[in-house]
Design a protein around this ligand. Structure first.
Ligand code: HEM
Ligand SMILES: *[C@@H]1O[C@H](CO)[C@@H](O)[C@H](O)[C@H]1NC(C)=O
Length: 324
């Protein structure tokens, strides 16, 4: 009898150990770590940094373009490099989705960095991780904060044009839509407002702000006429204007100062300061750059932790533009 009881207990214990190991293993697969490649690709951070430094030296806007790519990657089935996949004759991915077509840019910069990373550590580092590091470096090279990026993301084997169309906010979005689209990703309204500070760098095309500068009333009149000079009522759809009228290529808190003075470029930008729930936070960020910086960093880390749902097939792509 005693033997049976002991065996029963031992069995229960053994099952518990197996379950714990399985759960631990599953959790580990999802767990990102800053040291993920410290043995397998020790020079990763410096390769990405120098690739971004040379890209930003050639064109400061590239820091912005890469940051936007990362956002558009993470909001579509997690940060899995899905936006980097090219369309083929049999496959339509995210590059041709509405929010990306003729607007997402910087793919060659990621390709160039990937080539260098492959030369140093073959088949080891995901495109998704390279994009996460490159986005961080782009922000920092333009004068913004830096932070530790947890690594170990894997690349998707597919991409979703329909999810890109439905998950990414457009320039005409209302505050309620912005809050709910970020909420769908587990990001708070505060995260959304802090992440929107990314619009302190980069450029937007006339077609995305035309109706704001010609028809809206919550816009500074001299700012509207300034933007109208290069964004006519008809034509010039692709003409560019800087998001930040004060310091176009500096990652600072001027975006929020612009909102307070009704100089938001997109309708969606000005929605953050238009008598709604984010007005107080926008005012705080406009006068407290270190608070903006720290909220931006924590929201970037949160966004960077969005991963594909478990069970999704993944790999480390050899070429960021195509599955292995
Ligand atoms: C809150 C909702 C957002 C909307 C509606 C939005 C919309 C847009 C639009 C329409 C453009 C201009 C694209 C073009 O003209 O080609 C743009 C550019 C940009 N967006 Fe956003 N965005 C949002 C949030 C974000 C977030 C969260 C980030 C990053 C954390 C981000 C980073 C950027 C950057 C850096 C650019 C400039 C890109 C460049 O110059 O190439 N945006 N965004
Ligand atoms: C709009 O901006 C101009 C110049 O930057 C400023 O002089 C003017 O007072 C602003 N208008 C309003 C209504 O605040």
């Amino acid at each position: 009898m005693a033997g049976v009881v002991i065996t029963g207990r031992a069995l229960v214990a053994a099952v518990a150990v197996v379950v714990a190991v399985l759960l631990g293993g599953a959790a580990e697969a999802q767990q990102l770590s800053p040291n993920f490649y410290s043995r397998t690709c020790p020079n990763l951070a410096s390769i990405v940094r120098s690739g971004m430094a040379s890209a930003v030296r050639t064109e400061p806007r590239m820091g912005a373009s890469i940051l936007r790519l990362f956002f558009h990657d993470c909001f579509v089935n997690g940060c899995d490099g899905s936006i980097l996949l090219d369309d083929t004759s049999t496959f339509t991915g995210e590059k041709s989705a509405g929010p990306n077509a003729n607007s997402a840019r910087g793919f060659e910069v990621i390709d160039a960095i990937k080539t260098q990373v492959e030369a140093s550590c073959k088949g080891t580092v995901s495109c998704a991780d390279i994009l996460a590091l490159a986005a961080r470096d782009g922000v920092n090279l333009l004068g913004g904060p830096t932070w530790s990026v947890a690594l170990g993301r894997k690349d998707s084997r597919t991409a979703s044009q329909s999810a890109a169309n439905s998950n990414l906010p457009g320039p005409g979005s209302s505050l309620a839509t912005l809050i709910s689209m970020f909420g769908n990703q587990g990001l708070s309204a505060r995260d959304m407002t802090a992440l929107s500070g990314a619009h302190t760098i980069g450029r937007a095309q006339c077609q995305f702000f035309r109706s704001r500068i010609y028809t809206e009333r919550n816009i500074n009149a001299s700012f509207a006429s300034l933007r109208q000079q290069t964004c006519p009522r008809s034509g010039g759809d692709a003409n560019l204007a800087p998001f930040d009228v004060q310091t176009p290529d500096a990652f600072d808190n001027a975006y929020y100062q612009n909102l307070v003075s009704q100089r938001g470029l997109l309708h969606s930008d000005q929605e953050l300061f238009n008598g709604g729930s984010q007005d107080g936070l926008v005012r705080q960020y406009s006068t407290n750059p270190s608070q903006f910086s720290s909220d931006f960093v924590s929201a970037m880390v949160k966004m960077g932790n969005l991963l594909p749902s478990s069970g999704t097939a993944t790999e480390v792509r050899l070429n960021c533009r195509k599955v292995n």
